[in-house]
Design a protein around this ligand. Structure first.
Ligand code: ADP
Length: 258
């Protein structure tokens, strides 16, 4: 369709066939980006056409997690061609700024960036578009809510009960913009020890607590995993190597969402 036909200026309108899933969290460091990158690769592994927008503008990490830290998009006829990694078409602010440049933009600039990622990037026909949102309830969350009011939202949190407040709030902001919170993912859940005991580094119950408060299902519990973390550091998503409890939990989640 012509751009003029699109009321919102981008192709991912409510009547498009692309499912949009925004991954959000109350605070940073809960594994939101790691989960999003792995989820995207797992969905692509099921044969879906997957796009991933790294909307975590200040803390972009998706290119590194997918092993394309140095990839640059090409431009064709005014459109931006997104680099691909493990079957996923990826766009990130990290592809446009120097790695050591701090991004310190105000709201309008952030809004334009999200809008441009939706409008000017040639994703082609997608089955699923994932967005790695910045943590919290700031400008990007509000812009994404305005631009994609029909998006579904996954809230990521840890087992820590004290994190449930901020996690709940990130879901509530999404809901205020009309988006639908489809569930909670608890990351960094208990790690099974060789002796059969479970190391609960971050306590337990935070995922269930957040899900109960938002009245949505707890869709997955992803254990602490050294292999998951190492895969992220190496740019080789763990879901590509079955057998790790965390990776397998994300693969199951992809199966439920597909
Ligand atoms: P966020 O996007 O929420 O800020 P990241 O995805 O960047 O979080 O993850 C923060 C850190 O925690 C990273 O170093 C990542 O490798 C690590 N991490 C994430 N999930 C797990 C997990 N289940 N087990 C072990 N380390 C994890």
């Amino acid at each position: 369709r012509l751009r003029g036909d699109r009321p919102t200026g981008h192709p991912f309108t409510a009547d498009s066939l692309t499912r949009i899933i925004a991954v959000t969290s109350g605070k940073g460091g809960v594994g939101k980006s790691t989960l999003t990158a792995n989820l995207a690769v797992a969905l692509a592994g099921r044969g879906l056409r997957v796009g991933l927008i790294d909307a975590d503008v200040f803390g972009f990490s998706i290119p590194g997690l997918l092993g394309i830290a140095d990839a640059k998009p090409t431009q064709v006829g005014g459109l931006i061609m997104p680099p691909r990694a493990h079957g996923v078409a990826v766009i990130s602010i990290g592809m446009f700024v120097d790695a050591r440049t701090a991004v310190s933009w105000r709201g309008p600039m952030l809004h334009r960036t999200v809008q441009q990622f939706l409008t000017d990037v040639h994703f082609g026909d997608l089955d699923v578009l994932l967005l790695d949102m910045p943590p919290g309830t700031g400008d990007v969350a509000i812009s994404a809510g305005q631009l994609l009011p029909h998006a579904e939202v996954l809230v990521v949190t840890t087992p820590q009960q004290a994190a449930a407040d901020v996690a709940e709030r990130s879901g509530l902001v999404a809901r205020q913009t009309g988006q639908t919170v489809i569930g909670v993912v608890e990351n960094m859940a208990g790690l099974a020890q060789p002796d059969g005991s479970v190391l609960e580094l971050f306590g337990s119950g935070g995922g269930a607590e957040t899900a109960a408060r938002l009245e949505v299902p707890l869709l997955a519990q992803i254990p602490l995993s050294i292999a998951l973390r190492e895969g992220g550091d190496a740019g080789e998503p763990i879901v590509l190597r079955p057998g790790d409890a965390a990776g397998d939990a994300i693969t199951r989640l992809a199966g439920e969402l597909a």
